[in-house]
Design a protein around this ligand. Structure first.
Ligand SMILES: Nc1ncnc2c1ncn2[C@@H]1O[C@H](COP(=O)(O)OP(=O)(O)O)[C@@H](O)[C@H]1O
Ligand code: SF4
Ligand SMILES: [Mg+2]
Length: 330
């Protein structure tokens, strides 16, 4: 693990047990996050984004099993921690914001109480904890922060609730914030505001962010780097500008072609990538994208592509078309 790496996921594979089967939801995933960087994870629904995000904070479903790999973070392998050890990391060094704010808010407890409870390990007086809480509410843009501490979650709008969750996640000044589709439930105007807020808070707190989204526009706006997932594998990674301007993997190219922001011709129906995700109980041989890939050729059916270098620095993609040693493949 390089010195300047905060989080290093290596060869991570996760299965879910379902009705007597094993679904291989993540296969050999690598992910590197440097301190203070914002890394986006994109891919269609069902590609394993939430499974990866949840594994980083020890919140996998009960039927999940980490089959192999490591999640190195600040000198520990999170994949090997007990539930108790993980609780000590969660909320303090790594915290999470979910798509639905009510996942992390207790509906019957005031916001002020919830925000002081998080500080239970701190040697601060009750009054100081309240002050820290109201300062954070102000920081995330809640008007009348002091008096709003005594309000309950339902007394805030959806956008305000998500701001509160972001504030709660940052309260202990974690080194890593994981945000899983935090704006998906918001309308477009609120989404822009929350993205702007995340950007400001990242600068202020200096934390790294893993930002999961299927909305490419928000990823382009917020992130430094992007990881593209398809059917449980990372198929492409690189700097935002390389991935958006020079995508190397046919899946990334297809995702970008379906992005509403890029479609210039008037259309009634948003395009989608033809075909469906493969069955992850028995993932196919060769390239995982082959069944839907318009550029597939013979080699793709028999050999899983390794990571090849793409156009820019640190730009990598799993597609045989990038194999410069091969002859006459395309
Ligand atoms: N608890 C679970 N039990 C069984 N299968 C699951 C469970 N959670 C997710 N999956 C499956 O794992 C795959 C990845 O899901 P997920 O990580 O939620 O994808 P994404 O967040 O990209 O939409 C999907 O096939 C999904 O149906
Ligand atoms: S390896 Fe083959 S099937 Fe896979 S993305 Fe590249 S061209 Fe398509
Ligand atoms: Mg998800």
């Amino acid at each position: 693990m390089a010195d300047d790496t905060l989080l290093s996921v290596r060869d991570l594979s996760i299965d879910f047990s379902t009705a007597g089967n094993r679904l291989h939801a993540l296969r050999n995933v690598d992910l590197e996050v440097s301190p203070g960087r914002i890394v986006g994870i994109v891919g269609e629904s069902g590609c394993g984004k939430s499974t990866l995000a949840s594994s980083l904070i020890g919140l996998l479903a009960a039927n999940a099993e980490i089959v192999s790999g490591a999640i190195e973070f600040e000198g520990q392998d999170l994949a090997r921690l007990s539930a108790g050890q993980m609780r000590a990391v969660r909320g303090r060094r790594i915290s999470m914001v979910f798509q639905d704010p009510m996942t992390s808010l207790n509906p019957v407890v005031t916001i002020g109480r919830q925000m002081t409870d998080i500080q239970y390990r701190e040697k601060r007086s009750a009054a100081e904890k309240r002050r820290v809480a109201s300062d954070m509410l102000r920081t995330v843009g809640i008007p009348d922060a002091e008096s709003r501490l005594s309000a309950y979650p339902h007394q805030f709008s959806g956008g305000m609730r998500q701001r509160i969750c972001i504030g709660m996640a940052l309260l202990m000044e974690p080194a890593l914030l994981i945000a899983d589709e935090p704006t998906t439930a918001l309308d477009a105007t609120l989404e822009v505001q929350v993205i702007k807020l995340l950007k400001e808070l990242q600068r202020q707190f200096g934390c790294a962010i893993v930002f999961v989204s299927h909305h490419l526009g928000t990823v382009a706006e917020l992130c430094d780097e992007v990881v593209v997932m398809y059917a449980g594998e990372v198929v492409e990674r690189g700097l935002v500008r390389d991935i958006f301007r020079r995508p190397s993997h046919p899946y990334t190219q297809a995702l970008l072609e379906c992005d509403p922001a890029r479609i210039t011709a008037p259309t009634r129906k948003l395009p989608t990538i033809p075909g469906t995700l493969p069955n992850l109980v028995r993932p196919p041989n060769g390239c995982i994208f082959r069944e839907r890939c318009p550029k597939a050729f013979a080699r793709c059916a028999v050999e899983a592509p390794p990571e090849y270098s793409g156009a820019g620095a640190g730009h990598r993609a799993r597609c045989h078309l990038l194999d410069e040693t091969a002859e006459g493949t395309a």
